[in-house]
Design a protein. Structure first.
Length: 178
């Protein structure tokens, strides 16, 4: 590879600009490599510990309103981490934060993003099917092997009126068929 070539005895200016940039990237890479290598075993160890905690989250969870299932949360273990989907649905709430008429399932599923386990709860983001609405943050907390609570976190949603309180949505784990 040629960094600089001479044209009629005058050196190319690209080398003067390009060489310091390449050298600074190379220096940063060399200096940060030992730090990254030191963190890899720790990240792997925490993944193994988390995989034991994942068992209480993994499964298919459903929420019903008026005798009809409107929410389906599917969580699975994927190489020591957790992944999943949440179907699209519309929530209607009464003034006290309870589910109300108008709560219903919608078409499609959304993949979960930014999944984080923290103090026995799983926090994640589900993208809205409607591009005009912001993504929704959720908190999922298993109560026991069959029941869990799913709570929308509307802290940063500009379309949610201030002082809106939402009670957790009760979910039940679907029994595996064998």
């Amino acid at each position: 590879m040629t960094l600089c070539h001479y044209h009629r005895g005058v050196p190319c200016r690209r080398a003067h600009i390009f060489a310091p940039g390449v050298l600074s990237i190379l220096a940063c890479t060399c200096l940060s490599a030992p730090l990254l290598a030191a963190r890899i075993p720790q990240a792997h160890a925490s993944r193994v510990e988390d995989s034991r905690a994942l068992a209480s989250f993994v499964g298919t969870w459903q929420a019903s309103y008026g005798g009809k299932v409107f929410a389906i949360l599917v969580l699975r273990e994927d190489h020591g981490t957790i992944a999943g989907t949440l179907n699209n649905f519309d929530l209607a709430l009464d003034p006290k934060g309870n589910l109300a008429d108008g709560t219903h399932a919608d078409s499609g599923d959304s993949p979960l993003f930014n999944l984080q386990l923290e103090d026995g709860a799983l926090y994640f983001i589900a993208v809205q099917k409607d591009a005009y609405h912001p993504s929704t943050s959720w908190k999922f907390v298993p109560r026991n092997a069959r029941e869990a609570d799913l709570t929308p976190l509307f802290d940063n949603d500009p379309q949610t009126p201030a002082m809106t309180s939402v009670k957790p949505i009760r979910m039940t784990r679907e029994l595996s068929r064998r």
